[in-house]
Design a protein around this ligand. Structure first.
Ligand SMILES: *[C@@H]1O[C@H](CO)[C@@H](O)[C@H](O)[C@H]1NC(C)=O
Length: 146
């Protein structure tokens, strides 16, 4: 009886460990969100794509965000880049850069996608694009081209 109990306990543990491990590393979806932090009345425009997917042109109002998700590949090589722009007193300001780079951002300790490498928060402010880093602070990554 004791042996059977140990075997079933071992089996349950194995299932549990497999589930926890694989739901994080294999099945976890990466979410990228770009927040409009430009202030009331300022619309933010985005056009993001990776090599296979064009997410189209998006308009994001103040305090709203545009979010998309995808499965990162095992080599963390996914790249999304975006043209992001807005109008500062009718004058266009923009960037055209990577907004998710699997190799850099999907790092649980120094990356910008959280502890589980799956939530990448970016925020547009009047002076540039900020990333929410693993330590909880927003760091400026890009200045606008004016
Ligand atoms: C948070 O991390 C970033 C980069 O990883 C670093 O530049 C910044 O100084 C850190 N901020 C705090 C408050 O620890």
């Amino acid at each position: 009886m004791a042996t059977a109990k140990n075997v079933s306990f071992g089996f349950i543990l194995l299932v549990l460990v497999t589930f926890l491990c694989c739901s994080i590393t294999v099945f976890a979806k990466v979410h990228v969100a770009v927040i409009n932090g430009l202030g009331p009345g300022n619309a933010l425009y985005l056009h993001c794509r990776d090599k296979n997917t064009d997410l189209g042109e998006q308009t994001v109002h103040y305090n709203q965000n545009f979010e998309w998700s995808f499965n990162e590949n095992v080599f963390d090589t996914t790249l999304y880049w975006c043209r992001i722009w807005w109008y500062d007193h009718h004058k266009i300001v923009s960037i055209n850069n990577e907004i998710y780079n699997g190799g850099k951002d999907a790092d649980a300790f120094h990356g910008s996608c959280g502890d589980y490498k799956d939530r990448c928060i970016r925020k547009a402010q009047w002076d540039g694009i900020y990333y929410l880093m693993a330590n909880g602070s927003f760091e400026k990554v890009y200045d606008w081209i004016r």
